[in-house]
Design a protein. Structure first.
Length: 187
């Protein structure tokens, strides 16, 4: 008797295993062995070995939580001379681009995925994604949440604890929930 694999079983297996990243398991394991605030130049080196594009002079102060389906190493670009603090969460279901000389505070979350609004019986509808870009020289304060599709302009500052739901103009300080312009900054 010949057995056939059902399409439903294949779909369920894909859903359960699509986020498996053996290369990332190895690199993440090594990175998590490093104490916070030490070996901040080793973390970018290990991530480069995993295929991530990270510029020269960038330091990462502690573990990053990198998540997404498929080849996530192709969806993150970090420029040169950036400082990324500890325990940041990067959702790599779409592209995240961090330009040169960007500072990112503790526990920042950058999301590229959300859901369409569904019906009353299941409001979290189909998954949607949109890229996030942080331009040159921007400073993202601690515990900021950046939502999908947002662009942070060059030289901007996002105050700690803010939720960024829309683009931030260049050389502007924003803050609050949702983040709103506070003042213009000198170029």
């Amino acid at each position: 008797m010949q057995q056939h694999t059902s399409p439903k079983l294949l779909r369920v297996l894909y859903e359960e295993l699509a986020a498996v990243q053996p290369r990332m398991w190895l690199i993440s394991g090594l990175i998590h062995l490093l104490p916070r605030y030490t070996a901040s130049r080793v973390r970018p080196l290990l991530l480069r070995l995993a295929g991530f594009q990270i510029g020269h002079g960038t330091i990462i102060m502690g573990p990053l939580r990198l998540h997404g389906f498929g080849p996530i190493h192709t969806r993150l670009r970090i420029g040169s001379h950036c400082v990324i603090n500890t325990d940041c969460f990067l959702d790599l279901n779409d592209q995240i681009t961090i330009a040169d000389h960007v500072g990112i505070g503790h526990e920042v979350m950058i999301l590229t995925a959300s859901h369409q609004m569904g019906g009353a019986n299941h409001r979290a509808g189909p998954l949607t994604t949109a890229p996030v870009t942080i331009e040159t020289g921007a400073w993202i304060g601690a515990r900021v949440l950046i939502l999908p599709g947002v662009q942070i302009g060059a030289g901007s500052v996002v105050a700690a604890g803010s939720v960024v739901t829309r683009p931030v103009p260049a050389n502007t300080m924003v803050g609050g929930i949702p983040a709103r312009p506070i003042r213009s900054l000198a170029e």
